[in-house]
Design a protein around this ligand. Sequence first.
Ligand SMILES: Cc1ncc(COP(=O)(O)O)c(C=O)c1O
Length: 438
Amino acid sequence: MSERLAILGGEPAIRNQHDELFQWPVFGPEEEAAVLELMRKPNFFDNQTVPAFERDFRDWLGVEYVLSESSGTHAVLGALYGVGVGAGDEVIVPTSTYWASAVQVMSLRATIVFADIDPMTLNIDPADLERRITDRTKAIVVVHMLGYPAEMDRIMQIAARHGIKVVEDASHAHGSLYRGRKVGTLADVAAFSLCGKPLAVGEGGILVTDDRTIFDRAVAWGHNFRFNADEVKDPALLRYAGLPLGGITSRMHNLSAAVGRVQLRRYDERMREIDQAMNHFWDLLADLPGIHAHRPPRDSGSTMGGWYCPHAVYRAEELGGLSAARFAEAVRAEGFHTWTRQCIREPLHLHPLFQDADVYREGRPTNAASGRLVPQGRGDLPRAEGARAFTVPPFKRYEPAVIEQYAALFRKVVEQHEQLHEGDRGDETVQVDERGNG
Ligand SMILES: Cc1ncc(COP(=O)(O)O)c(C=O)c1O
C-alpha cells in the first residue's frame, strides 16, 4: 500500500462508522422480557432469580460454590477475606491491572506488594512474583489480563511450594481457556466482574470456589441475609450469623441476575463468533513488525474468551523507535479511535495511593500495614513501566470484509511508519497531552 498516511494529509483508510460491529453488550427482547417480568412482581420481590443465576453459572463454569456479588470489586474483596487475608499480611498483585484487583487488600489492613509483568502477555511474571514472597505473604492475586490466561501451572506450583493462596481475578476472562481448562477454576478462588465485561449483566460480580471454608467466609463478610445455617457451615462463623463481618452488603440485584441468565445462555455462541473475528483480524497482520497480537499461541490450548478490550502489544524498537503515542495518533487519523492508556500505561505502583496515603489516619502510609514498608517507585518494575499496548477494533461479529478494512489500516501505518518519525514527541509528552485533552 503506498497511499499517503491520513495524518500527513492523505485519505483515511476507514470512512464509515461500524458501530454495530463493536456494540456490546447485545441486549434483545429476551432480556427486556426477563426484566419486565421482575418489575411487575408485587413489591418488586423475587427470591428465585439470583439463586437460579448462580446455578446456571456454576454449571457453565464447573465449580462447586458460587456467590453472586454486587460488583467485581466486592467479589475480589470477598475472595481475599475468604482466603484469610488480614492485618499484617502481604498480598502480591501485578502492577498492570485495574485498581480493583488490588486496593481491597488495604481495606483488610494488609500490604500490597506489586509484581512485574511479561510485556508480551501483560500478565504477572511468575519469576518476579516468586522473588517478592516473604514469610508475610498470604496470597497472590493473578489477573488474566484482557482475557489472556496467566501462567497458572507455574504460579500454582510456586504457591504450593510457599504455602500461599491464589485468587484469580478473572474479570476480563469469562470463558478463556488455560491449556484447555476454564479460567476461574484454576486456583483457590476466583472473582469475576460482570459490569461492562465479556459477560455483562448490568452491575454485578461473582465469586467461585471449590473450597467450603472460603465460600463460608465470603458469605459471612458481606451477605447478612445469607449468613445463616442454611448457607454457612462453619460453626465458629455461625456464632456471628445475621450481621456481616465486613460491615457491608454485597448482594446482587435480581434484575442483574435476570439479565445474566439470558446473557449466559448465549455467551458461548457469541464468544465463538468474537474469537473467529479477532483471530481473522490478527491472522491478517501476523507478518508485521511493531504490532503483535495480544493472544496466546494457537496450538497452546489457551484462548482469549470474549476478547475483553483487545489490544496490540507494541514494540517500538521494531519500528525504528517510533513512540506508541505517535503510532496511535496515526491510527486515529486513519479512522479508528485507538487509545494507549487502558491499564497498561500507568502501572499501579506509581500511584501515590500506594506510596504515602494515610487512609485510616494511622500516622503512616496505609500500604505499610504489614509493618514493613515496601517502597516501589519508578524503575522498580521496569517491564511494566516500559510495556506499550493500544486498543484494536473490538469486533463482536464476524464480517470479514469490514475486518479486512481495519487490518489494512494497521498495515498501512506500519508499512509507512518511517514518515511518522518527524513530529514524534515521544510517549511521555503525548501522554500529558492526552490527559489534558481527556
Ligand atoms: C481486572 C478487574 N478486576 C476487578 C474489576 C472490578 O469490577 P467492578 O467494576 O464490577 O467492580 C475490574 C473492573 O473493570 C477489572 O477490570
